[in-house]
Structures are given as C-alpha cells and as structure tokens.
Design a protein around this ligand. Structure first.
Ligand SMILES: Cc1cc2nc3c(=O)[nH]c(=O)nc-3n(C[C@H](O)[C@H](O)[C@H](O)COP(=O)(O)OP(=O)(O)OC[C@H]3O[C@@H](n4cnc5c(N)ncnc54)[C@H](O)[C@@H]3O)c2cc1C
Length: 417
C-alpha cells in the first residue's frame, strides 16, 4: 500500500466556499487545514438560495436532505410602502425560492452549520487566526500565521470573502478588482421579542432603500435585512459596531412602518453582517500555487441571489480539477474553464436583480409594484414564474464536471508537481 504523504492544502475562510471545498478535498485524499479569522464559523444571515446546478452539488455531497429539513418554509412576502400599507404580496414558492423544482431557500446560518458538521472531524480548523505572509517557491507555499506559527503547504486557497486577505497578499489591492454597486447592506438577528409574524416576510421600499423583516427559520428569531444607497464606500471601512449602527440609523432616520423599532433592536444583536455591496471580477483566479474561490474572486453581490450557489459550485469545480490533475497549473486552468462562464452570467444577474429588491427611483418603484401586482394576479389565473426566468437560466448555465474518484492515495505529494 502506498504510504505517500497526502498533498496539503490551506484554505483561508470558513463560511460557505471554504468548508465546501474542504469537504471535497478531504474526500479526494488531501490533507486540509482551514484557517478562519473569527472565533467560530459565522452563522447568521438572511435567506439565501441554493439553486439549479448548486442543488446537484449538495446532492452529490449527500447533504441535500439535511438542508431540505431546515429550509425556510414557504412564506408570503408582503411589500409595503412608507406608511406600512401593502402594495403587493407574493408567495416565495411561486416566485422566489423555487425557480427550479428542487431549489432550496434557506437561512444562510443553516448552510454553514451543515457544511461545518460534515467537515469538522476530517479537516483541521484553526479559528481566531489568519494568514500573515505567503512565500511561494517550487516546493510549495511558506505561510506564516498571525498567531506566530509557520508551515509549508502544497496549495493555498483564498475562500475569505469579498475583502479577501489572500487575494490582497498575492494579487494586490482590492480596488483593482472590485466594482462597487453603490449600496450598503446590514443583516442581523432581531432578538428581544420583536416578532415578524410567522410564515411571513415584509419588504419595505422607498427609492434607493429597502428593509426586510422576517422569520427565516421555523422556530427561530426574526432576521432583519437593510440595504441603502451609500455613495462613498470608504465611509464604511473604518466603522466599528457602534459606527455601523449609527450609519444605518442615519440612513433610515426618516422612515416609517416598523423601521424605528428594528433599527433600535440592531444595537443589541450579536451577529451583525455589515458590508458594502459590490462585485469582484478578476481575469485570473490563480497565481502560482495560490488560487481563489467564492466571493474572493467572483463575488456577485446579494442582488444576484446566487452568491452561495456560486461558492458551492466553485468549490466543487476547484476540488474536482485538483483531484484530476497532478499539476496545479493544469488543475487551476481546468477549474477556470469549467465554471468561469457560469460565474459571469450569475454576476450579470445582480445588475437586473436590483429592480425588484432595490428600485432606485420613484418611477422604478411604482413600476416594480405594478409588475408584482400583475404577476400575482396572473398566478391566481394559473400563470406565474416570470420573475424567476432569468435566474432559472443563469442558475443552470453550467454542465458540472463528473465528481472525481475518491482514490486516495493516488493524489499524493509524491505525484504532485
Ligand atoms: C455572517 C455573514 C452573513 C451573511 N449573510 C448573507 C445574506 O444574508 N445574504 C447573502 O446573500 N449573503 C450573505 N453573506 C455572504 C455570503 O455568505 C457569500 O456571498 C457567499 O455565500 C459566498 O461565500 P464565501 O464563503 O465565498 O464568502 P463569505 O461568506 O464572505 O465568507 C468569507 C469567510 O472568510 C473569513 N475571513 C475573512 N477574512 C479572513 C482572514 N483574513 N483570515 C481568515 N478568514 C477570513 C470570514 O470571517 C468568513 O467566514 C453573509 C456572509 C457572512 C460572513
């Protein structure tokens, strides 16, 4: 029996892309370490969607049923105006969550929980730590960590999100790759007994500003989602938690409905996700022995509704390519070929998705409301589904490569160039 040492991979980031990649690489016989800056896998987040080809990926992972069991139940989304009056109402199953029959709408935190549970015993997770320096050479990548330790890996993967540390260290400053879309997003769990009403989400819109409030897990607390126009992304960068709450409070200070009580509740949340809304577009996803996956290299912005699906698919394609090739350059080229077109199509969705969630002008808002009312009445007459047509196309716009054989130790260091 071949006792060769397995190839070693360091993944930076333990959210969606990182643990999904770790899952597959472990199956293919790699020795995987995941380093995460936070003290644990970060849960939280609003509903996300696992759609189209990403559904096939979670089925191939064997976790579809587990995810389905904790999916967000079908909900009514009620759209309200600044006075809190209903302007339209649609059912998520009809229009949003099931663009394809097996699609899942699910709280983001439920996905991270499942991915972590399926990897924690097989790969090494190092929390409260981060890559400090990277030095590539023919034999591998020398890495030092912020906790002072040092180790050499065969491959390093940046799965550390839109503000990727790995990308900055290897490819350069974020500004070279980011495309700011002009909005800020704040998502948080609302504790303290503030109820959104079971089985219902409410979306509040005025031009350039949205707020959604709903229960995304059957018995869990309500989640709030704010997105608002912010011309200067630099204003956000240095803000601490209180500063972030102040920015949201200022943006929503004149708003009606239940906004004041939800904004007040934000100050006592412990899972605020606060960020600028933008995309990352890169011509190269790899350099030498370092490669990127997920938001770090193809962030689409939440407006696409595709970020999590893209991360799952990207992780699957990268792992397959690494398993199929003994040369990392060939593997990274195969990864790029297998999914770049898909990623670009999904990113392009974000540029039209804003019309539904974030109409920028009064005219666009009125038009959006009219479209929603028309769709709802067509649904009553037996039609429907139009809202998801572009998403359906984009979410299926890839032929997934076959999963590689889990043939340990074929892909061992001795065969790795
Ligand atoms: C707490 C949270 C809530 C979110 N909520 C939503 C939501 O409601 N809707 C939505 O559409 N998208 C949401 N997102 C974004 C969504 O998860 C991603 O767009 C998508 O799933 C792609 O995932 P990713 O793993 O590539 O990146 P991300 O999910 O952004 O994960 C990146 C990970 O890298 C870690 N990290 C960052 N810097 C370092 C570093 N220097 N060293 C080590 N680790 C580092 C982060 O802590 C994080 O765990 C959320 C992300 C987070 C982290």
């Amino acid at each position: 029996m071949n006792q060769a040492t397995p190839r070693t991979v360091l993944i930076s980031g333990a959210s969606i892309a990182g643990p999904a990649l770790a899952f597959w690489l472990h199956r293919y016989g790699f020795d995987v370490t995941v380093v995460e800056r936070a003290s644990a896998v970060r849960g939280g987040g609003y509903n996300i969607d696992i759609r189209g080809a990403a559904v096939d990926v979670v089925k191939r992972m064997g976790v579809y049923d587990e995810l389905e069991a904790v999916r967000t139940p079908p909900q009514t989304i009620k759209f309200v105006d600044s006075a809190g009056d209903e302007v339209a109402s649609i059912n998520t199953v009809d229009y949003v969550s099931q663009v394809n029959p097996d699609d899942l709408e699910i709280a983001r935190g439920e996905v991270t929980k499942v991915l972590y549970a399926h990897t924690k015993d097989d790969v090494t997770y190092a929390f409260n730590d981060s890559i400090d320096t990277l030095d590539m050479h023919d034999g591998g990548v020398d890495v030092t960590f912020t906790n002072g330790e040092a180790r050499t890996y065969d491959i390093v993967v940046g799965a550390d999100g839109i503000h990727s540390n790995t990308r900055r260290l290897v490819f350069g400053e974020e500004s070279r790759f980011s495309r700011y879309l002009g909005y800020t997003v704040a998502i948080f769990t609302v504790d303290g007994g503030l109820s959104s009403g079971a089985q219902q989400s409410t979306m509040y819109n005025v031009p350039g500003l949205t707020a959604a409030f709903g229960q995304v897990t059957p018995d869990g607390p309500a989640q709030a989602f704010f997105a608002f126009k912010q011309d200067d992304p630099d204003a956000l960068r240095e803000a601490d938690f209180e500063g972030q709450c102040d920015l949201v409070a200022r943006a929503y200070r004149n708003e009606g409905w239940r906004i004041p009580e939800i904004v007040a509740a934000m100050r006592s949340t412990d899972d605020l996700y606060f960020d600028s809304v933008g995309q990352i577009r890169m011509e190269e996803w790899s350099k030498g022995r370092v490669v990127l996956v997920g938001d770090s290299c193809f962030a689409p912005a939440f407006l696409s509704g595709q970020g999590t699906s893209m991360a799952l698919i990207g992780a699957y394609c990268l792992a397959t390519a690494l398993a199929n090739n003994t040369d990392h350059t060939a593997a990274f080229a195969e990864y790029d070929r297998s999914c770049r077109d898909f990623m670009v199509k999904s990113q392009d969705l974000a540029l039209s998705g804003s019309l539904t969630v974030l109409p920028a002008t009064q005219e666009a808002l009125l038009q959006r409301n009219e479209v929603l009312r028309t769709l709802a009445s067509r649904k009553e007459a037996g039609g429907g589904g139009e809202l998801g047509a572009a998403t359906r196309e984009a979410s299926n716009a890839i032929i997934l490569p076959e999963a590689a054989e889990a043939a340990w130790p074929r892909r061992a260091a001795s065969t790795w160039r």
